[in-house]
Design a protein around this ligand. Structure first.
Ligand code: BG6
Length: 481
């Protein structure tokens, strides 16, 4: 299958930090379909050779084992091309069209790795140039919009040019191997399904914690904040995967229909429930990896007095028969105590305890970061003494060890899926809009609330109010258990 893959924003951070290294891995593993061309377009005037040299330089920053050696890069570079493009100029799209027509590949994937405010204009220009034939797909990188209205406007324009099956809205968390394994665990095994409900589960916690601060992205982050950057997309997508009903098939729409139902079942926020069930925070000076770290307000390009949140914790419920009354706690933040992303399913305690001492409920931990894995926490007897209390033990599955040969990173997986036309791991427009509908009352309530985000010291688990949110239900965050 021949393909053309075009990156708009070809010299941008996302392209060289994530997309090109992911493509290179696919190339190295022999997964990239043969007969492909990769074209980067951007404003700079560069020849193919200059672009290749520039990218080779950038690749020096790629993590050791994933970095190509000279010979590998030279082979990969044969696929790489570069064209200057002014995205507001119709003539430049016509030039792109003739480049694509020059070879008539089976598939053309146009990846919009630009600032999202350009998406409507790019899509309109693509449509006007006739670059929307059925074999053409468009990949839209998050964030898609900054609220419901802007997301709807982007979707309206995208839909006026491309059909829904040509639009690949990316949420790279869906490409993470552990998220795939969550589907496998739930729908490829019968073991957990009878337990996967309110009768057996006490609460579910989704934590997406980062140790890093906002770094050089202060300007972007200050406009965005943690709610839009992580909760509206990544955290809610994970929630849908945990809470969805079994789909009737592995088809994209069967899965996305079920995910949409979950989003529609989320308890809507009101001004009062935002005040009660949502905690926002902003990091102050503290420490990171044992070194002093500045606060958000001291970061580069962050304006004085910014009220942007770098931390959010919230409590929600999925209002249906399976989940009624089960709290779902979502939490994300920058400059937290550790870099970890995980979903913790806390089961209910045994109804009657015949063993002295511990009665620690079971929990299942789906780990997304820093490593992929599954841990099932049980109680076991050491076997030395009848009277001895039970001890907590865990069954650990390390996916990196179990499947060492075939590990595929999130962007690699999603790029290959976009080339193959598989939509399962991409977000449909109605899901995305429903996710905005869920977070919008929070944005509105915050805009009215003069209190602003609560401070927390860099290197901690966020404001104390986040612990109180969970303690109110007589639970605790995983690290406090
Ligand atoms: C991105 C956010 O979508 O996800 C970043 O914009 C965040 O702020 C990143 O750092 C986290 O992704 P990962 O895969 O490193 O957990």
């Amino acid at each position: 299958m021949s393909f053309d893959l075009v990156f708009f924003g070809g010299t941008g951070d996302l392209t060289w930090r994530k997309l090109m290294p992911a493509l290179f891995q696919a190339f190295r593993h022999g997964k990239l379909p043969a007969g492909g061309r990769i074209l980067s377009v951007a404003r700079e005037e560069l020849s193919d050779e200059q672009y290749r040299a520039w990218l080779k330089e950038r690749f020096q920053d790629v993590e050791g084992a994933k970095r190509p050696n000279d010979e590998e890069f030279a082979r990969f570079a044969e696929l790489l091309h570069y064209r200057r493009m002014d995205l507001s100029q119709p003539a430049d799209y016509l030039r792109l069209k003739s480049w694509l027509q020059g070879r008539n590949a089976h598939t053309a994937v146009l990846y919009l790795a630009t600032s999202p405010h350009l998406f409507p204009m790019i899509c309109e220009q693509l449509g006007a140039a006739g670059l929307n034939a059925p074999h053409i797909r468009v990949v839209l990188e998050k964030p898609l919009g900054h609220d419901l209205a802007s997301a709807q406007e982007i979707n309206r324009v995208v839909r006026s040019v491309f059909s829904e099956t040509q639009a690949f809205r990316i949420d790279h968390y869906l490409g993470k191997p552990s998220v795939q394994n969550l589907m496998a665990l739930r729908f490829g095994n019968a073991l957990f399904e009878p337990l996967w409900r309110r009768e057996s589960i006490a609460n579910i916690q989704i934590t997406l914690a980062e140790g890093l601060g906002v770094g050089t992205r202060g300007e972007f982050y200050n406009r965005t904040g943690a709610l839009r950057d992580m909760i509206q997309n990544h955290a809610l997508q994970l929630l849908t995967m945990v809470a969805m009903e079994p789909p009737s098939s592995n088809d994209a729409d069967a899965i996305r229909d079920e995910k949409l139902k979950v989003l529609r079942s989320l308890k809507p926020f009101t001004e009062d429930s935002v005040a009660r069930d949502v905690v926002r925070g902003q990091y102050r000076p503290g420490s990171a990896a044992g070194q002093p770290a500045v606060g958000f307000l001291q970061e580069q390009d962050v304006p004085a007095g910014s009220r942007c949140e770098t931390f959010v914790a919230l409590r929600t419920e999925v209002q249906n028969w399976r989940w009624a009354g089960v709290p779902f706690y979502l939490r994300t933040g920058k400059r937290l105590a550790s870099h970890e992303a995980q979903i913790v399913v806390n089961f209910r305690p045994t109804p009657h305890n015949i063993f002295p001492g511990v009665n620690q409920p079971n929990k299942l931990v789906i780990k997304l970061q820093p490593e992929d894995g599954l841990e099932l926490h049980l109680l076991a007897a050491k076997g030395t003494n009848q009277q001895e209390a039970l001890s907590p033990v865990s069954l650990d599955l390390d996916f990196d060890k179990a499947f060492a040969e075939n590990r595929v990173g999130a962007y690699e997986r999603l790029l290959l899926d976009a080339l193959a036309g598989r939509l399962n791991l991409f977000v449909r427009s109605d899901e995305q809009e429903q996710a905005w509908r869920f977070v919008e009352p929070i944005l509105q309530a915050w805009a009215k609330d003069s209190a602003g985000p609560r401070p927390y010291a860099a290197g901690t688990w966020g404001p104390a109010a986040a612990s109180a949110l969970v303690a109110r239900d007589n639970f605790a965050w995983d690290e406090e258990q």
